[in-house]
Design a protein around this ligand. Structure first.
Ligand code: C5P
Length: 229
């Protein structure tokens, strides 16, 4: 076993299920702190898109591992958020919907895929700091992150938030169906064997059901100040 040196680059790990405001909170924190962002969900969505395009099933371990090495996934930042590129094509709109989330969740349950994507996620850790959002940031990808937050909210609130978000992006969505899809995806993410969706023991858990984004950002900023002082 190799022992890696502890990184001096601070990380804020933000985990939690869909619709808890992780991405929005991460964006606000990045703006305030001037730190980098890792949207790990975007990476899983892009990878699933590429795997589907190449006709690779979730049990084709050799094919999936080789796919990560092809370096066909890229990200760029834009005012509206991270833009996702696969094989030179902007696929942001194609992967951001619930279909993209469902496919991502299937490939994300494959241990070889998770291992293959680890290196790239850890490489995002750069000064002055990183805000990483996902499902296993505090437990697996950055277990030594000095600040760990787990955001949660009731299923009804999460579905409504996601509904609003998707409608604003121009997706045609049905609230009841969306609630079912989110529940199915949560179940899959919570019950997979490797890196399941779970709060790290040392995470600060926030129920965002009755809280606005500003309140959540303030709460996390208090943790950041406590860490820095
Ligand atoms: O965060 P987002 O909804 O974009 O993530 C899409 C899916 O990607 C999740 O439902 C989950 O299955 C997978 N994912 C993951 N680990 C992460 C981030 C996302 O398994 N760190």
């Amino acid at each position: 076993m190799t022992i890696e040196p502890k990184s001096t680059v601070p990380v804020i790990a933000i985990d939690g299920p869909s619709g808890t405001g992780k991405g929005t909170v991460a964006a606000h924190l990045a703006e305030r702190l001037g730190w980098h962002i890792l949207d790990s969900g975007a990476l899983y969505r892009a990878f699933a898109y590429l795997a589907t395009q190449r006709g690779l099933s979730a049990d084709d371990i050799g094919g999936l591992t080789a796919l990560e090495r092809t370096d066909l996934i890229r990200f760029s930042s834009a005012p509206g958020g991270v833009q996702i590129w696969v094989a030179g094509r902007n696929v942001t709109d194609a992967v951001r919907g619930e279909e993209g989330g469902r496919t991502a969740s299937v490939y994300a349950a494959v241990p070889a895929v998770r291992s293959a994507l680890l290196v790239r996620q850890r490489a995002a850790r750069r000064l002055p700091g990183l805000i990483a959002d996902g499902r296993d940031m505090g437990t697996v990808v950055f277990p030594d992150a000095p600040i760990k937050v787990f955001l949660d909210a009731t299923p009804g609130v999460r579905a409504k938030r996601r509904y609003k978000q998707l409608m604003e992006k121009g997706f045609d969505v049905n609230l009841a169906r969306l609630e079912e899809e989110i529940a199915r995806r949560d179940y899959q993410d919570i019950h997979r064997t490797q890196s399941p969706l779970i709060a790290a023991d040392d995470a600060h858990v926030v129920d965002t059901s009755e809280k606005g984004i500003k309140d959540v950002v303030c709460e996390v900023m208090q943790l950041v100040h406590a860490y820095m002082n």
